[in-house]
Design a protein around this ligand. Sequence first.
Ligand SMILES: [Fe+2]
Ligand SMILES: [Fe+2]
Length: 269
Amino acid sequence: MSNKPHWTLDSIPWNELRRERVAHSEELFYMVAGASFIETTSDLYTRNLVRHFADNAEVSEWLEQGWEPEELQHGRALREYVRHAWPEFDWEAQYANFLADYSALCKPEMLLPERSLELVSRCVVEMGTASYYTALHHASSEPVLAQLTKHIFEDEVGHYKYFYKYFRQYRDIENTSRTQVLGALWHRLKVIEDEDSYIAIKHVHSTRHPGQPYDKAVYKESMGRIRKLAGKHIPHRMSVNMLLKPLDMAPLARRVLQPMMEGMARLVA
Ligand SMILES: [Fe+2]
Ligand SMILES: [Fe+2]
C-alpha cells in the first residue's frame, strides 16, 4: 500500500474548467457541494473505525494511511471545484453549519458491534459513492468535473475492494450468517437515504434559498430534481453486483435475490 495518492489536486487542470457548463445548475451544485461536505468529514468516521479495529494492525494502518487520506483528498478536490464553479458560495461558513449537524451522527456507538457487519456496511457506502460519482461524471459535459469524478470513482472502487477483503476475513472469524449480512446491507442503505444526504442537501439548499424552511418535502423535491438530472446515469448493474458480492450466493439464489437488490440499489440511487 502506498501512502502517496496517485493523483493530486495539482494534477487537476483547474484553469480548463468550463464554468458556463455548470454554474447555472442548482442540481450539479447540490451534488458537488454536498459531496464535498461529506468527504471532508471522513476523518470523524475514520477515527471511530480505527478504534473499532485497534487490535488489527493491517486494517487500522490501511484506514489511517490509505483510506482516510484519499477520502479527505476527495473533500479538498471537490471543495476546490466548488470554489471555481460557484465562487459566490461561502464554503467554510456552510461547512461549519453542516459539521455541527453531521458530527452528532458520527458517534462510535453508530458502528455495528460485529466487525464483519461494520465492514460490509462500509462496502455499501463505497458502492454508493462509486455509483454517485459515475452518475455525476455523466451528468455534465464539463471536462474538469468529468476528470475529477473519474479519479474519485476509481478510488471508491479501490476502497470497496479493501473493505470487502477485510469483511471476508471477519465473516469467517465471526461466523456471520447471510441473514445478518443482508440485515446490515439494508440498514446501511436506509442510513444513507435518511441521514447523510438529508443533512448535506439541507446546508447547500439554505444558501440557494435563504430564509426558506427545510423539511422532508423540500428534501424530496431537491432529490427529485437531482434524480431527473443524474438518475439515468446510475450504473445499476455495477451497484447490484457490489451489493450481492458479500452475500456469496450460488447462482440460483443470486437470481432470486437480484430483483430485491435492484430495488435496494435504486433506493440508494
Ligand atoms: Fe470519497
Ligand atoms: Fe471511499
